[in-house]
Design a protein around this ligand. Sequence first.
Ligand code: HEC
Length: 111
Amino acid sequence: MRRLFPKVLFFAAIFACCVPAQAVDVDAAKKLARQNSCGKCHDPGKEAPFKKIAEKYRGDAQAEAKLTKHLTSNPTVTYKDGTKEEHKALRTTPADDAAQMKNLLQWVLAH
Ligand code: HEC
């Protein structure tokens, strides 16, 4: 029993650290991004690839909340060439579906 205990702790630590509480539905996220034409600007080689955004928010506990606001409030974004434009809002079916928004953002942040 004494030898078993550290092992249990070891696996508990791995579980707590590395197994996501809720898996991201990648296919659903990609489909929603496609339906919204997000890839027009957010693809590798494009103006604002999701990888760059994921890096910017790495370790930020507020990332999901901030980006939910980003995708619902049409903020002004600045392009590399300095042009400013209103950012597109995410449209879900049915409208304003919080679970779909969350899934998409978790996918974005996992890049
Ligand atoms: C017309 C081009 C364009 C489209 C379409 C577009 N975006 Fe963006 N998006 C941008 C630009 C430009 C930025 C700012 C990039 C930067 O800050 O480096 C941005 C920023 C973001 C950010 C990061 C915001 C932040 O606070 O850093 C997220 C997340 C995002 N977009 C998600 C999406 C999603 C999801 C869609 C589809 C609904 C989408 N975008 C559609 C151009 C676009």
